[in-house]
Write a protein of this length. Structure first.
Length: 144
């Protein structure tokens, strides 16, 4: 039986910068940190990588978590900084907010780029922005 959604994960080239953004700017909290050295067979088996090594943090944002990894081995592939949301795979994470216009202004002032201002839809307002690694972060406010 599936109980619900627990977390999403992001691989980043700069763990410190990514954690700082999701804690200081977004408002999450570091729940715990972890990692493993190269040559950990269990980590290689789970990740499907060979000789993997990583540092990571689990961040609590509201009632869910965001896991952030910085892999030092094997060498990560080239990052697509502004990966289009129409590419196959996970396209974005979404954060539910109160007062989307105030959050949009606050995050814009903190340097978060957005595609546009918040857009009203039936029952909600939403907007797409990007974190320091170029990952799309949607803000949504349900208006009833």
């Amino acid at each position: 039986m599936i109980k619900g959604f627990h977390h999403a994960a992001i691989s980043t080239p700069d763990l410190e910068q990514c954690v700082r953004f999701y804690t200081e700017v977004i408002g999450g909290k570091v729940a715990w940190t972890f990692g493993w050295p190269a040559g950990t067979p269990e980590a290689d088996e789970v990740t499907g990588l060979q000789n993997s090594e990583a540092s990571a943090a689990m961040l609590k944002i509201g009632e869910t978590f965001l896991e952030v990894f910085e892999f030092t081995s094997p060498e990560p592939g080239q990052q697509v900084k502004l990966r289009p949301v129409n590419n196959h795979g996970i396209t974005h994470i979404c954060l539910e907010v109160e007062d989307i216009h105030a959050e949009y202004e606050r995050l814009s002032a903190a340097g978060m780029p957005f595609n546009c201002e918040p857009q009203a839809q039936e029952g909600s307002s939403m907007v797409y922005g990007r974190d320091p690694d170029g990952n799309v972060v949607e803000l949504i406010e349900f208006t009833g």
